[in-house]
Design a protein around this ligand. Structure first.
Ligand code: PEP
Ligand code: MN
Length: 460
């Protein structure tokens, strides 16, 4: 295979490309980014790779979630806390349900760039360039603001850094302390049944902690924090390339040291913009720029797998991005839609099983289930989301495979963007707090309810 470098993607055809008018501005932005320190370290990236290996082998569950499009304005204490607390609550429920450790990856601190189905959109009767995400252009519907602005790439770095800084600080200050999951604040809109269920699980955790304390196991250490990893779609390759660095691999833990030899490379390229990056369904062409970029990075990566992916293509992409067949290096994020999953997933599983690759299989029950209401509001039905997840679980079971995790668009805010759930949100209610700048997200209540229902599938 041809030699790889952080910019070898520039020789390949690219989808969703951004045309900047200001070439000097682009150069200045990229030069600046190349000098800035990494946002994540090889040690953290390798830790996540180790955890995802366990997910691929069925020993852990992967919960990934966050906004569809993160805005620079979401770099805000309360919004970050709300999202992290929701992911922590959901993971506690899933640990109880699946009886496995949960690996948490947030769509946060860099989820800015958005692929669009059309380069233009009509806003208030005027056609203009589509909003491509806060790191590319502005949401304000004027031709001025919609022009790609390269200085936004540098802004993206600083907003990611500030978000990640607060996330790290909050975690190291005990936001995730297992002694106090009731302080994670269940939203005021939560239904009594969900609240009761959640409190029951928390009481069990606290009983277990008391028991450990009584028998002399130190519960003051080890339960006071958890790891939360960051992720985003690696769409803007100019940005990703500038933050990709040749770095020393961390020392291998002694137990695994036997497998390394003098021929094992001491260093590798790390995409240091986040721990986990994925390729979107619109940019996963085998010979395209994104697959080229992704095949060279050490980070664990995701690949969105939609209905247009053929089984043969799927295996070929895996061969390209993971020729060494590292277990769990690749997460396949299936997103067919509740009505189509039964038609596509079995053949995809069979092809991957036949190839010898062992990826993480994650279900994204959001992106194949987007619909418009008669008045043109983009929404998703809770029942479709749940149905795709349930089918994914059953199809994997029947194939001797297993569903390793779920990938959700959610927010800690009390938004009204998806229809259904125990709260009974209807299409008429969508207008109340519809604040997404891209796809509809589950609100706190819907997300926690979904976690309970999925936990229930595992306890059936
Ligand atoms: C997304 O995850 O927000 C997204 C655009 O997904 P997909 O590439 O699967 O359409
Ligand atoms: Mn989305």
């Amino acid at each position: 295979m041809a030699e790889w470098s952080p910019n070898s993607w520039t020789k390949k055809p690219i989808k969703q490309d951004v045309i900047y008018e200001d070439a000097d501005g682009v150069q200045a932005a990229l030069t600046k980014l190349q000098k800035l320190p990494p946002l994540v370290t090889p040690k953290e990236v390798m830790n996540l790779r180790r955890y995802l290996r366990n997910v691929a082998l069925g020993k852990a569950f992967l919960l990934q979630g966050g906004d569809c499009a993160e805005l620079f304005d979401y770099c805000d204490q309360e919004m970050i806390e709300a999202k992290v607390k929701l992911l922590l609550q959901m993971s506690l429920v899933l640990i109880w349900g699946a009886n496995k450790p949960v690996v948490r990856i947030a769509r946060i601190a860099g989820q800015f760039a958005k692929p669009r189905s059309s380069p233009t959109e009509v806003v208030n009767g005027v056609e203009m360039p589509s909003f491509r995400g806060d790191n590319i252009n502005g949401f304000a519907a004027t031709p001025e603001s919609r022009r790609p602005d390269p200085s936004r790439l540098v802004s993206a770095y600083f907003h990611s850094a500030a978000t990640l800084n607060y996330l790290r600080a909050a975690l190291s200050s005990g936001i995730a302390d297992l002694h106090s999951p009731l302080d994670w604040g269940l939203g005021h809109v939560i239904t009594p049944a969900i609240k009761e269920n959640y409190e029951r699980i928390v009481n069990r955790v606290q009983d277990a902690l008391r028991f450990m304390h009584t028998v002399g196991i130190d519960t003051d250490r080890g339960v006071e924090t958890v790891e939360v990893f960051t992720s985003h779609e690696g769409l803007s390759l100019e940005y990703e390339q500038s933050l990709t660095r040749l770095l020393r691999h961390p020392a291998v833990p002694t137990a695994a040291a036997g497998s390394s030899s003098s021929t094992t490379p001491k260093e590798g390229y790390y995409a240091t913009s986040g721990h986990f990056l994925w390729i979107g369904d619109r940019t996963r062409q085998l010979d395209g720029a994104h697959v080229e970029f992704f095949r060279g990075i050490t980070n664990p990566i995701g690949i969105k797998v939609g209905p247009s992916m053929t089984a043969d293509e799927l295996v070929r992409i895996l061969d390209v991005v993971n020729p060494a067949r590292e277990i769990g290096k690749v997460t396949l994020i299936s997103r067919y839609g509740a009505a189509k999953i039964a038609q596509h997933l079995p053949a995809h599983i069979a092809a991957v099983q036949g190839s010898g690759h062992i990826p993480v299989w994650q279900c994204d029950p959001m992106h194949g289930n987007t619909q418009s209401t008669p008045t043109g509001v983009k929404t998703r039905h809770f029942s479709d989301i749940l149905s795709e997840l349930k089918q994914a679980l059953e199809i994997h079971r029947a194939a001797g495979s297993f569903l390793g995790g779920m990938h959700l668009e959610l927010t800690g805010e009390a938004v009204t963007e998806c229809v259904g759930g125990a709260g009974g949100l209807t299409e008429d209610g969508l207008g109340e707090r519809y604040t997404t700048f891209c796809d509809p997200r589950l609100n706190e209540k819907q997300a926690l309810e979904l976690a309970f229902l999925v936990a229930g599938f595992y306890r059936e």
